[in-house]
Design a protein around this ligand. Structure first.
Ligand code: ZN
Length: 175
């Protein structure tokens, strides 16, 4: 999946799941790291190791859960980060969502290719739900559909979280 696809769908998923723009922003920042870490670690030899060790979900998930545990399982609050009250918990939560962005990157890659499951050197799980564009960095039609679906799912989940029954009755009375 392209960097743009990872950033958009990760932001949408986390915003829909947490309703926190801070959490969604930090996941977006982490969402391309499994790919960029390949350049940092393997340099020009990256193709030989593409989607192997860096795309094994276990270390990213352990780091995310460790940070969430230090945070006391809270969603980061912008107000706490600004006024500093108990802000260390929110900082841990931001780090947790950054690593969660890496976990989601791997899940997203598994939709259009294969990633390792139990053995980090072997790409053995994944579905080819949509095809990638042969041009590097270009969004294929399948990837566009995937991004639009993730944004729709996130919007529906946000609407369910924020709208109450009273709002619906009010809306019904208006029409
Ligand atoms: Zn990747």
């Amino acid at each position: 999946m392209t960097g743009k696809g990872h950033r958009l769908s990760t932001f949408a998923f986390v915003a829909g799941a947490t309703a926190s723009p801070v959490a969604a922003m930090f996941s977006l920042l982490g969402s391309t790291f499994p790919d960029s870490s390949e350049y940092l670690i393997f340099g020009k030899r990256r193709n030989r190791y593409h989607r192997r060790y860096t795309h094994w979900f276990v270390p990213w998930l352990v780091l995310a859960l460790t940070c969430f545990n230090r945070a006391g399982w809270i969603v980061p609050r912008l107000s706490a980060l600004i006024d500093g009250r108990e802000a260390h918990r929110d900082v841990w939560a931001c780090a947790g969502f950054w690593f969660m962005g890496c976990v989601l990157h791997i899940l997203e890659d598994a939709w259009c290719g294969t990633v390792p499951f139990l053995r980090p050197w072997k790409r053995d799980i994944g579905a080819h739900v949509f095809k990638m564009s042969p041009n590097f960095g270009e969004l294929s039609n399948g990837e566009k559909v995937f991004i639009v679906c993730s944004i729709l799912i996130a919007a529906i989940s946000l609407a369910i979280r924020t709208l109450t029954l009273k709002d619906l009755v009010h809306f019904w009375n208006l029409i």
